[in-house]
Design a binder for this molecule. Structure first.
Ligand code: GLA
Length: 729
């Protein structure tokens, strides 16, 4: 049994972790433990200090030592309510204007299988592989019920959490914050890891000690964003890739989010995560419920590599869906950096022809194929083919590509709209803007109101028609700006703050319909590269264009940060031309391919501009990728260096049976008179004997893990290398 209840203590057990909580004598729901399987009820760690200026609930009858401000709570309605002044997980305004929710335990239910969440992406699994625990908390005065949902996946070492709030009273309640995760950790010296960035430099890892007060990573952009990612790690000080305790949480949500961590006056930690309350409120009429998105949780006693492996597996196997979820993906050529908007049929066919001769599987036609779209200033929204560029239409082009033995893929940006478009002229009311105010433009464009059912219907009709009519096997689903000016004519003034979440519900509903109807199409998510790289989008798109930055050097940092939570198969990664279009840097074709291979591989340049020697190299790279693709997708991913510190980015893929290892990497700056670089491997069988394909040398597993392996002598900056090891004994 993954879920058991003994003496009022709830135990959620996975293969290697334990989660505990209980309702105390006042019905306050207390968090006891998340960590190693201790074989113990961890309530002996609870302490009841008399801390000045910490309120005492009335039921405690003048016991100054009983305070919700000092106890570890499972789901805090804090913010001063009930005497807990730490960051709240939930807050609401009751019909009488008060904002207190005194949540007390009511009942629980254990169910077979993993719960689902209506309208939202969630981890899925066979009924036999998971159990669900529902904990009902209730405020007796407002009659608001909070249901805490726990999905326990024992073999995966994963616990999922979600929350629903139901108004069981007779009057309206306005929810102002419904976080999906709340976790109190009374003891330990913790460091916070988050992934910040910007367009073309997403998911930069930052690890800092906690400071007293609240630290936050969040987005109010209507998207999970380039600037912060909805994932978080808490590591005990000293935690490395292979040792030490760490907890990870990934929010399955693609809209504005908030992760907050508070280090309180007693050095206790509270972590909350969920929809960003700055762009959220939700009115619950009597009888209505609100469902918060899911958080995926795991922890490890053995460092960050093991934690990453658990997230990689759950996201790949239990979040991603569709035909391409576990299968190999076509190696693609995309025309964006090859042509930008300046292309016609002939140019695309020429690129495709060359690509097909080098073993590439799919031609992706990027932005510019529709409407009056010769720059990013117009045409967005008019999804009829531009016959000046493509005289044979999409049908003609896709047929020609297919005749070359290649698949055909296409770029869509359904959510965006140009003011200079037929769609805008016909339906200006479909655009997000506040009445009487001018909207903010970004990349010259506006955004369609996806909280409006008519817009969703129109988008479904338009894009399903294209996918039905033509033989399209891949869609790049882009979204090229952040959203502001939140307002929808669909809602009364009192409900306007519901709109950002309703937008995401609309987006998910549309994606659900299209991905169900076209299960053979590979959907790749994109938002100016990795501006919506999150577990929510992975439910619909098993790969996401990782960044608009294709510079191999900077990509190693982006892919390093991405790798803490997201599996390699989800990381869209291309070889582009040099000098690189984002940085002007020149790196070798070998380096560009080595970096792009740590993902869903492709090319994004005009192959006709390459020399014969380079073309030959490309065809060898494509063959090498196909040879290793299973290992790259299914293997355990190890970060063997920290690019911020080590003057190199080195990573490895190891088959689960530990018989095969592919080490790849880039040494950044060449140094004169220096030793060869060395990396220590991880996760090998100590007794095993491994041989390098490159130089024939053999090593014991123990030698490779303790002594390490020397990298080839490297000349020049940003030089890539590859070592392929196979187990002999
Ligand atoms: C975004 C994408 C790019 C490309 C352009 C086209 O920036 O991330 O890959 O598709 O849009 O406009």
């Amino acid at each position: 049994m993954a879920i058991s209840v003994e003496n009022g203590v709830f135990h959620l057990e996975t293969a290697n972790t334990l989660y505990q909580m209980k309702a105390d004598r006042f019905g306050v729901f207390i968090h006891l433990w998340y960590g190693a399987k201790t074989g113990h009820t961890m309530d002996y760690l609870l302490d009841y200090p008399d801390v000045g200026f910490s309120g005492n609930i009335y039921e405690a009858e003048n016991q100054r030592t009983y305070s919700l401000n000092t106890l570890p709570l499972e789901y805090a309605a804090g913010g001063g309510c009930d005497g807990d002044f730490r960051i709240p997980a939930v807050s609401a305004t009751n019909a009488d204007g008060s904002s207190v929710l005194a949540l007390r335990f009511q009942e629980y239910r254990v169910k077979k299988g993993k719960y689902k969440i209506d309208g939202l992406p969630a981890v899925y699994t066979d009924e036999a592989e998971a159990e669900t625990l529902e904990i009902i908390l209730r405020d007796d005065i407002s009659n608001v019920e909070v249901c805490l949902l726990y999905g326990v996946l024992p073999q995966a070492d994963i616990i999922t959490r979600s929350v629903s709030v139901t108004n069981k009273g007779n009057e309206k309640v306005v929810l102002e914050r419904v976080h999906s995760l709340c976790m109190d950790i009374p003891y330990g010296d913790w460091e916070w890891v988050h992934f910040h960035g910007k367009h073309t430099m997403e998911r930069q890892m930052e690890r800092t000690a906690l400071v007293h007060g609240i630290q936050e990573s969040s987005s109010t952009r209507g998207a999970s964003s380039h600037q912060q990612n909805p994932t978080v790690l808490l590591c005990e000080k000293g935690c490395t890739e292979t040792s030490g305790f760490c907890i990870g949480a990934a929010l399955m949500y693609s809209g504005g989010f908030q992760t907050q961590i508070e280090l309180d006056q007693l050095d206790q930690v509270r972590l909350v995560m969920g929809i960003n309350p700055d762009t959220f409120a939700w009115m619950l009429e009597p009888g209505e419920s609100f469902y918060a998105p899911e958080v995926v949780l795991s922890c490890s006693e053995h460092g960050l590599a093991e934690l990453s492996h658990r997230f990689h597996r759950i996201l790949r196997e239990n979040v991603c869906r569709g035909k391409y979820k576990l299968s190999e993906r076509p190696v693609l050529i995309n025309n964006w950096e090859a042509t930008y908007f300046a292309f016609d049929e002939k140019k695309i066919e020429k690129i495709a022809k060359q690509a097909s001769q080098l073993g590439i599987d799919m031609m992706v036609l990027d932005d510019g194929w529709f409407g009056k779209r010769d720059s990013d200033m117009s045409g967005l929204g008019d999804w009829a083919v531009n016959r000046t560029k493509l005289s044979g239409g999409l049908g003609g082009l896709s047929e020609k590509i297919n005749q070359m033995g290649m698949k055909f893929g296409i770029w869509f940006e359904p959510e965006g709209i140009s003011e200079d478009s037929e769609l805008y002229r016909k339906h200006p009311e479909w655009v997000i803007r506040i009445p009487r105010r001018n909207p903010v433009r970004s990349r010259y464009q506006l955004v369609l109101d996806l909280s409006n059912d008519a817009v969703i219907e129109y988008l479904y009709y338009t894009f399903s028609k294209i996918l039905r009519e033509y033989h399209i096997e891949y869609v790049k689903w882009d979204m090229n700006r952040s959203i502001c000016d939140w307002y929808t004519a669909e809602l009364p003034p009192s409900r306007q703050k519901e709109m950002p979440h309703r937008y995401i519900l609309g987006l998910y509903a549309l994606l659900e319909r299209l991905t169900n109807e076209f299960p053979n199409v590979l959907f790749e998510g994109c938002s100016g590269g990795g501006g919506r790289f999150d577990a929510g989008m992975l439910y619909y798109c098993p790969q996401i264009w990782c960044s608009d930055n294709t510079d191999a050097h900077e990509r190693t940092f982006i892919q390093y940060g991405t790798s803490f939570f997201y599996p390699t198969s989800t990381v869209g990664s291309h070889v582009s031309a040099v000098p690189n279009h984002q940085t002007g840097r020149i790196t070798s074709l070998k380096t560009r391919a080595a970096v792009a291979m740590a993902g869903s591989f492709g090319y994004e340049l005009d192959l006709n501009q390459l020399s014969d020697k380079e073309k030959e190299e490309v065809s060898k790279q494509v063959a090498a990728y196909k040879r290793y693709q299973k290992l790259i997708y299914n293997g355990l991913y190890y970060r063997l260096s920290n690019p911020y510190k080590d003057n190199m980015a080195v990573w490895a893929f190891m088959s689960e049976n530990r018989n095969e290892i592919l080490i790849q990497g880039v040494v950044f700056r060449a140094r004169s008179n220096s030793l060869r670089k060395r990396v220590r491997l991880m996760g090998l069988d100590l007794e095993g004997l491994y041989q390098s394909e490159q130089d024939g040398c053999t090593y014991t597993g123990q030698a490779l893990m303790s002594g390490g392996i020397l990298l080839p002598r490297i000349e020049g900056d940003d030089a890539a290398f590859e070592i392929h090891l196979e187990r002999m004994l």
